[in-house]
Design a protein around this ligand. Structure first.
Ligand SMILES: Cc1ncc(COP(=O)(O)O)c(C=O)c1O
Length: 410
């Protein structure tokens, strides 16, 4: 079919002309951020050792996320590595991780010479399946890293209970979950340690940046030491007690974060309202599958709005082409991750080409098949958080585009 009723990829008129009607720009800033940056500039205190911005942000963000302690660091990848080092995890140890996440969740484990053990996710939450964790625990297991994927809290009843039962540390990778809450408590310090990313796409953004949260002062101090070249908080300047690195944030980044923080409550609410409205439009649509509702989730951070498309309802069109067709209709849709264990990085370690610790088990990553993860890697559509800062009318366009493709691609 061609002409205005055809799919835009086939020459039809798109549902939305994004040149005329663009989606919200990101990042959002005004003179608040300008003033904050200039204040640091003029103060001359550009690094956190001298300035006050970093310390204030650590306190403000930790408080916001219901945590007692915060330790700033350069990014969410470093934050995970710092946590693992702070917990003394290394050669020969195993860490349970989900396979549907950004590479850092699992590569951080390799970076400390430990072994990531992938456990499948639930395809209707995108989070690690608590029912599969115990079978993966061995005498070598030291920790679980869960991810609050897409901003949706993982099961914070079941997973902490498993960690406690087996004496394992629990790290929450909350890179996508600023503001997310489970049964009224914000995520990040429900486990032993939590990590956040403030990279450009995240709901709270300073270009790059990260933080580690904890309610355990001893663990927070250890993380601080690793992030501050092995110093101890009460020690001399040239006193280095553990192996660390310089993972400090600049004062410019902390100032931007403090200014951006003032926007987080409203933006979180707006995303939630639009996500709820979009859900209501899509709930009866047979050609797609929405994520499961869970009343225990107080706040979903909606870093991503996701749904699974059913190939057969769209004329058998493949995943990449479906997303291309949706994007051509003016919807800011993308495909998502591939199963992490399929990345060559992990295969290399299996083949022992890397400088991996020799005391470990060597899982055969390329032979691994985690079916729920593999299924969603063929059909999960992502709509990024910035689109959720638009209006209900804009959400109508997303639903209209899906309905249109359902009828024209049949
Ligand atoms: C789930 C998850 N973990 C870790 C990271 C790493 O964060 P960063 O990019 O700040 O290193 C990201 C984001 O990129 C992420 O989405």
């Amino acid at each position: 079919m061609t002409g205005s009723s055809a799919a835009a990829v086939n020459g039809g008129t798109p549902v939305r002309d994004t040149a005329q009607n663009p989606w919200p720009k990101w990042p959002i800033y005004d003179e608040t951020e300008e003033r904050a940056l200039l204040e640091v500039l003029h103060s001359g205190a550009w690094w956190s050792v001298e300035g006050t911005q970093g310390k204030q942000f650590e306190h403000e963000f930790a408080t916001f996320q219901d945590a007692k302690f915060g330790v700033n660091c350069t990014n969410g990848t470093a934050a995970l590595e710092i946590c693992l080092r702070a917990l003394g995890i290394g050669c020969g140890d195993e860490v349970i991780v989900p396979p549907y996440t950004f590479v850092a969740t699992a590569s951080a484990v390799l970076a400390v010479s430990a072994t990531p053990i992938f456990v499948d996710i639930e395809s209707d939450t995108l989070n690690i399946d608590p029912n599969l964790i115990e079978a993966a625990i061995t005498p070598r297991t030291k920790a679980i890293i869960l991810v609050h994927m897409a901003g949706r809290p993982a099961d914070m009843d079941a997973i902490p209970a498993i960690a406690r039962k087996h004496g394992l540390y629990l790290i929450e990778d909350a890179a996508q979950a600023v503001g997310a809450a489970w049964r009224g408590t914000r995520v990040g310090a429900i486990g032993d340690l939590g990590t956040f990313s403030f990279q450009a796409s995240k709901n709270l953004n300073s270009g790059e940046g990260g933080i580690i949260l904890s309610n355990d002062e001893g663990l927070a101090d250890k993380a601080w030491s690793v992030a501050n070249v092995g110093r101890v908080r009460s020690g001399r300047w040239y006193e280095h007690q553990v192996l660390g690195g310089n993972y400090r944030l600049t004062e410019f980044q902390s100032a931007i974060l403090r200014a951006q923080m003032t926007r987080v409550p409203d933006q979180t609410e707006r995303r939630a309202d639009n996500a709820e409205y979009l859900r209501s439009l899509l709930e009866g649509v047979d050609s797609i599958q929405l994520m499961r509702k869970d009343d225990r989730i107080t706040t979903h951070a909606n870093h991503l709005f996701t749904f699974r498309y059913k190939k057969e309802a769209f004329g058998g069109i493949g995943y990449a082409n479906f997303v291309k067709a949706l994007a051509a209709e003016g919807v800011p849709a993308t495909t998502g991750y591939v199963p992490l264990y399929k990345e060559h990085l992990f295969a290399r370690f299996t083949l022992k080409e890397g400088s991996w610790c020799q005391n470990s088990r060597t899982p055969n990553y390329p032979a691994l098949v985690l079916p729920e993860c593999e299924a969603i890697c063929q059909d999960l559509v992502w709509i990024h958080q910035t689109a959720l800062l638009a209006t209900h009318k804009d959400m109508d366009d997303i639903a209209t585009a899906i309905a249109k493709l359902g009828s024209v691609l049949k």
